[in-house]
Write a protein that binds this ligand. Sequence first.
Ligand code: SAM
Length: 282
Amino acid sequence: MNYRHSYHAGNFADVMKHALLCLSLQHLQQKPKPFFVLDTHAGVGFYDVTDTPAQKTQEWVDGIGRLYQRQDIPNSLRHYLELVEQANAGSAELKFYPGSPWFSAQMLRPDDRLILCELHPQDGLALAENFATVPQVQVKTPANGYQELKANLPPKEKRGMVLIDPPFEQTNEFEQVEKALTAALKRWQSGSYVVWYPIKNEQGVVEFQRAVKALVGPGENVFAIDFWVRSGLTAKGMNGCGMLFINPPYRVVQESPELMAFLVKELAQDAHAHYQLSWVTP
Ligand code: SAM
């Protein structure tokens, strides 16, 4: 396990992922009934971008660095950016960038529930420390998020979402996600599932989306948002990433055109930056 999210915190992929996570949770907050969130690959939950890992890669500079404290933003991004400012106590300089667990925890109401899973023993300990005083949060570590999916579904709340955000260190990660989704959907068909993935090999993404289409039932809708910040032909690193939603929250479908149009303009790294919104199921 070499992947440490501290090297990548706040990059363009985190901005997209966390902005859409916030929209999904805002959708769940619209009803007073409690909701449940399971974050299968949680990371540490909170990062200092002035620390060595983030300083070494400087990835956050072309991500949250381009948006922090901007006022000319669409409504769909507002709550996400307010939370990042809150994490920095309103400071003009960005120092901290939160992870998915922190965004979710901030949006819980007293009866909502959040389960966080992390396999890396050291990151898991830091995660548990970061959320030790939040009563609605349960940290499972060292724990395999794919197994925790089986163990914790269906939730007693009967409404909520699962975020699957693996490091994609292993070549068969898409297959592991497909297997985990198959098992999870058997237990909780009406749940909302969100999978984040890097776009390194576009054919791999097409095959993954096709596989998900084949495993959902006729009642499930699948929506995908794919985003490239630079030419897909560039060899260096990750040029783009995507998120696939099974039973997408309505606000994501409704507000992603405005959100992605803004992100592609502001986070572009060359003239080939573009995005695509698509229904994987008709
Ligand atoms: N979701 C986090 C966020 O948005 O802030 C970032 C997560 S990072 C991309 C992936 C994390 O998954 C790493 O911290 C890694 O240690 C952890 N991990 C890897 N394999 C795992 C597994 N099978 N179960 C749980 N965690 C795992």
